[in-house]
Design a protein. Structure first.
Length: 126
């Protein structure tokens, strides 16, 4: 079986008026908070943060060991759990994520807007 990897690059703490950027706060389980999203900025809140009840929320988990887990909403009312790895590149302020999902290869780029212990905001780069 040929494994294909999905790469997501998140630019961390670049010079874009970031007031709150704490890389250590990245290492946790994040729930998508679509209620707080505006324009093309995605907002995530940590596990335990009180969010309004909804059917389901996508989740991303970053572990200090370098493991990455993406909990994608599945068509069968559950989650498709996609496991992989990530690498934080402090020199270039990037976060490289790889995981497998069948044979599909997806490359996505995000700019980090804010990361604290209570919020993760990222913006898709085109």
């Amino acid at each position: 079986m040929i494994l294909k990897y999905i790469y997501i690059y998140i630019i961390l703490c670049s010079n874009v008026n970031i007031q709150n950027c704490d890389n250590d706060s990245l290492f946790k389980l994040w729930f998508q908070s679509s209620e707080e999203q505006s324009n093309d900025v995605l907002v995530f809140r940590p596990e335990g943060y009180e969010l309004p009840r909804v059917w389901s929320r996508e989740k991303m988990e970053f572990k200090k060991t370098g493991e990455f887990i993406y909990h994608q909403i599945a068509p069968e009312d559950g989650y498709l759990v996609l496991k992989g790895a990530f690498k934080l590149d402090n020199e270039n302020n990037e976060l490289h994520i790889t995981y497998t999902k069948g044979t599909q290869l997806i490359i996505t780029n995000y700019k980090l807007i804010e990361v604290t212990s209570k919020i993760l905001k990222i913006k898709l780069l085109k």
